[in-house]
Design a protein around this ligand. Structure first.
Ligand code: SF4
Length: 467
């Protein structure tokens, strides 16, 4: 993955019900999900029919200190980490969003993107609704508040009949937490148990940190109510099952179980398949850290070429890093990655990355390896060429900015100045993933969108904040 200007993670959600120190547990859960969003963090708790909320721009560890967590009383909490497009990077769009309704207060945390939010919002505004954010997520709360259904579960189901797109939702209410996955199950959402208390998280790595046991995924088209009594399931739509394959290519943490599969094992399988499809005569397999690591292990294992950590990543580079004005060759990448000369000098390298977005970062990495004395650099990518934008909650560059949308593989090879370039085929990726095309979202590689995206939505960028 290109280290800047590429795909960005969108959001992570976490919830805990009926537990001591709910705010602290939510804090830890969000900490484990920090990779899914770094621009804002928020926690909402429930006590005595009142919802308390704290949210701020920044990393989880910077937003929350003891004083702030102490302002979040109660035994039930939901939390959210968010990444957003620059124009929509506002505190008002930080989640959870809190909303007063005739059914009591509600707080919402959303991962995903609604493809018809603009239309619904325009309709609601025409009928007098007042919005407090520019986020697509808020339309769900308006629809729930307006529903005439007698119970909150049915009101949520009623609201979701109107929205289309990707959503893994947590709704905090006086009845407990409602955890919901869209009928296509595009974004992940998992249930667990910690000391008898129900918990829910975007990824199972959050359960490991808080000592919870993974139970199961929330099913596509399912509403699960988390309460003192445990889990109560309600189906609101027929499941279609088209989970996002990019969660396994790049977004999710390798130590997570996502869609019932180990992310690390999937990435290794992608790498092994890539080695069969695009072998190379080389001395060492080098991953682009961290996202290319497991695919490189798979490539090395399958090809028999030794694995070497020929690039080191600086993990302490924040988003606010300002590049100095003077031109230093490959500077932007050098801040984040540095070659290990002892591993790469005089060697023929297989460089494994998970994707190429604009191509500029790959070009710099290849250049850096050559400067460090590599004889040849053969780039291998553990996913197919990225040719289309995501409309389901991943902040992608526009289609025009994706190098593979306009350039052939050979043109990209020339641009990044590699000796050879090979991408995993779409068929190979799906076989390694163990799911057929019709049961997987691969739209950013194939342009096949499992949930129809309105034409006007494909054209517009950034007017409605995604999460
Ligand atoms: Fe995932 Fe790509 Fe589909 Fe978006 S378009 S949901 S990133 S596979």
């Amino acid at each position: 993955m290109e280290l800047s200007g590429g795909f960005q993670d969108e959001c992570g959600v976490f919830g805990v019900c009926d537990s001591q120190d709910a705010a602290n547990i939510a804090y830890l859960g969000l900490y484990a999900l920090q990779h899914r969003g770094q621009e804002s963090a928020g926690i909402a708790t429930l006590e005595d029919d009142h919802i308390y909320i704290e949210r701020e721009m920044g990393y989880v560890a910077d937003v929350f200190d003891e004083a702030r967590l102490s302002r979040l009383p109660g035994r039930t909490a939901i939390g959210h980490v968010r990444y957003s497009t620059a124009g929509a990077s506002l505190l008002i769009n930080a989640q959870p969003i809190v909303f007063a309704t005739g059914r009591g207060p509600l707080a919402l945390a959303h991962n995903g993107n609604l493809v018809n939010a603009r239309q619904i919002r325009a309709d609601l505004e025409r009928s007098g609704a007042l919005f407090t954010t520019t986020s697509d997520s808020e339309v769900i709360l308006h629809l729930v508040a307006r529903s005439k259904e007698p119970t909150l579960t049915r009101a949520i189901a009623d609201a979701l009949l109107t929205v289309r797109g990707a959503y893994s939702l947590l709704i905090l209410s006086t009845e407990g937490i409602f955890a919901v996955r869209d009928p296509n199950g595009i974004r992940p959402l998992s249930l667990g148990i910690r000391e008898g208390s129900p918990v829910v998280a975007s990824e199972s790595c959050a359960f490991d940190l808080i000592g919870a046991k993974f139970e199961r995924d929330v099913e596509p088209g399912e509403i699960v109510k988390l309460s003192r009594e445990g889990f109560t399931s309600h189906r609101f739509a027929f499941p279609q099952h088209t989970p996002c394959i990019f969660e396994h290519v790049y977004f999710s943490r390798p130590d997570s179980l996502v869609f019932g599969r180990s992310v690390a094992a999937t990435r290794e399988a992608f790498g092994a398949r890539l080695a069969r499809e695009y072998p190379a005569q080389a001395d060492v397999v080098v991953p682009v850290p961290d996202s290319g690591l497991y695919a490189a292990l798979g490539y090395a294992r399958e090809s028999g070429i030794p694995f070497g950590l020929g690039l080191v990543r600086n993990h302490y580079v924040g988003r606010t890093f300002i590049e100095p004005k003077q031109a230093i060759r490959h500077f932007g990448v050098k801040v984040k990655l540095n070659p290990v000369r002892e591993v790469v000098e005089g060697k023929r390298i297989v460089l494994v990355d998970d994707s190429i977005i604009r191509g500029t970062t790959s070009k710099k990495i290849v250049g850096m390896l050559r400067e460090a004395g590599s004889r040849e650099v053969h780039v291998r990518v553990s996913s197919p060429p990225t040719t289309a934008s995501c409309h389901y909650g991943i902040d992608t560059p526009t289609r025009r900015e994706l190098i593979a949308s306009t350039q052939s593989v050979e043109d990209i090879r020339k641009f990044i100045e590699a000796d050879s370039l090979g991408y995993l085929s779409a068929e190979g990726m799906l076989q390694a993933f163990g799911r057929p095309q019709q049961s997987t979202c691969t739209a950013c590689f194939t342009g096949i969108y499992p949930v129809e995206v309105p034409e006007e939505e494909r054209e517009k960028e950034g007017a409605v904040a995604k999460c």
